[in-house]
Ligand binder design. Structure first.
Ligand SMILES: [Zn+2]
Length: 302
């Protein structure tokens, strides 16, 4: 709302979003709230009296400085409620950026830990959208190629921060993941949304801490797709080796430890399960995921 006040005080006609996914998402809703009445949370898709987006939005230019969410090519904005920290989503093609400057040089200063966590987020988007049983061959093609590019580039991007080819590949994989996940995501993201809301974990790190556990659990529900993912990511051992490959990848980009070593405590578990189960992403997980399943997955990742 401070952004809206600044927009109006300057009689502006344009919003430039510059930063990571959260910054770009804020920029999207500044433009929306500056031209529409009411609170921004009244525009989230599942609000009981969701307000329509009817007015023209300001010209929106996106300049990502991370390679993770791909928000610069996404038609959604994720905003957290102040009191509950729950993540709510505004969906509309109208909030898409009109112009994107996807410049990998803007990411060379990212610290290794953020490169790793955001990069795993991009990889997770490609993997989860490909595994979603929804029918969308266009997104499947993009997701597989996005996974291939991210799998090949992530370690280099972390270890050689100035390597522009690796930075460029990760920025592309990030955009491809965001385009692919129009199809939808899966249970890793439901867990990550809960970990963000309940324990304030970084979104990419939360995905990284869950992905191998969830993928090992998913394997039996989509064996052919895991074979294909293992093929494009050059995983030795095929689909059966995919979860172990993810664990090794995390180690090589410096993401170590478990949920508990990142501050998640047993007393958080009930709320984590509640938030993850209520999250929409797992509805397109290849394996149906109940509250009991989420409890088992969180415990396994502790
Ligand atoms: Zn994500």
């Amino acid at each position: 709302m401070d952004g809206v006040a600044a927009y109006q005080a300057h009689n502006a006609d344009c919003v430039i979003g510059f930063g990571g996914g959260a910054a770009l998402d804020v920029a999207k809703v500044v433009g929306l709230a500056a031209t529409h009445p009411g609170d921004i949370l009244e525009y989230v898709w599942d609000h009981p009296q969701v307000r329509p987006i009817v007015n023209a939005l300001p010209h929106f230019v996106a300049m990502p400085t991370t390679s993770g969410t791909g928000s610069e090519v996404g038609r959604s904005s994720v905003v957290s409620e102040n009191d509950t920290h729950l993540k709510r989503v505004v969906f509309s093609p109208k909030i898409l950026a009109r112009i994107v400057f996807a410049d990998p040089e803007l990411t060379v200063g990212l610290p290794p830990a953020i490169t790793a966590a955001t990069g795993i987020d991009a990889l997770t988007h490609n993997i989860e959208s490909y595994l979603s049983p929804a029918w969308h061959p266009l997104c499947d093609g993009i997701a597989l190629e996005g996974a291939r590019i991210a799998a090949a580039a992530l370690v280099t991007a972390v270890k050689e921060p100035g390597n522009l080819q690796a930075r460029s590949d990760m920025m592309m994989a990030s955009m491809m993941g965001a385009i692919a996940f129009q199809k939808d995501l899966g249970a890793v993201h439901s867990c990550a949304h809960a970990l963000g809301a309940v324990c304030d974990l970084h979104h990419g790190l939360a995905n990284a801490l869950m992905i191998d556990t969830v993928m090992a659990w998913n394997l039996s529900s989509a064996p052919a797709k895991f074979e294909e993912l293992a093929h494009v990511c050059a995983v030795a051992g095929g689909g059966q080796g995919f979860a172990a490959w993810l664990r090794a990848l995390k180690r090589s980009v410096g993401i170590t430890g478990t949920l508990s070593s990142h501050g998640v405590k047993p007393e958080h578990l009930a709320r984590l399960v509640e938030v993850a189960t209520a999250d929409i992403c797992h509805q397109t997980n290849p394996r149906p995921c109940t509250a009991a399943d989420f409890e088992a997955l969180f415990k396994a990742a502790m």
